[in-house]
Design a binder for this molecule. Sequence first.
Ligand code: PLP
Length: 299
Amino acid sequence: MTLSLRHRLEKLRIQVGNTPVKCFRTGGVDLCIKLEYTNPSGSHKDRIVLGMLDNLIDTGEIRENSCISEVSSGNTALAVAWAARYLGLKARIYTTPAAPGAKKKLIRALGGELIEVPKDVDRGELVSEAIEKGCVPLKQDDNEYNVLTHYSTTAEEILRQMNGELDAFFMGIGTGGTITGVGSRLKRFSSQVRIIGVTPRNSVLAGGKGGDIIPGLASKEVPPLTANSRGIIDALIEVSREEAWKYSWKLHSITGFLAGLSTGASYAAVEKALKQGLISKGSRIVIIAADRLHSYITG
Ligand SMILES: Cc1ncc(COP(=O)(O)O)c(C=O)c1O
């Protein structure tokens, strides 16, 4: 018996989320890490891809054998290819030559069509091309289902897993979907919870010209999804690429976890926030391990 597209999506959803939270003591705070890399394709992006697809199936824009498309240099691209293979959809993925080789190989192995484009190519043109080719673009960068999915799944899990006892949430800003979705739910729970955005040193978001590259985090552009984040993000902390690396390794030294650079960046930001007095000793803090360190080790 062949299952319907909707039925297959529901089966896939069972495998996503409910990721573990592990806490340890560091620098006088309780740091709790939500291990989003335990999602099937290896990152928090599995959640939002299912959230965006769910909506597009509801509206009838995606049907059996449809083609879906995304412009992404990393985790979302992989999550799209992973979901498409299971759902029997085609995936057309635009990525940059600099995207990690292992991810590109896996996307192709999953049957995704991978098109490498220069880093500075206009995203709008790629979206138009995908539409011309008969594909439905997911557009995570300004898709409200990116935010809504984190609001209704990631944040609910955090509240439950922390028994509602947390003082701050730190998150690197890429599309801004996680910080906006989780942040708005946590603020609704308690306006006392501090929501701290983590951004690369000299990023445009921090008022710079676009500086350090920390994979997954926005450096040269202000993500549209952060436009409505006033009142949600209490402070932004800049982190250099070197600090992100250093704290990814520090995390491993203390806990054994192998988390990617954006997790290291969040850990570095926690220590900076402590020094700046943005959070106090004894706080209970949640960060996200969006992905694993593996794909960033080259050579
Ligand atoms: C490794 C990693 N960390 C953090 C983020 C930021 O998440 P968001 O896009 O929800 O802001 C991303 C987004 O691509 C990512 O790939």
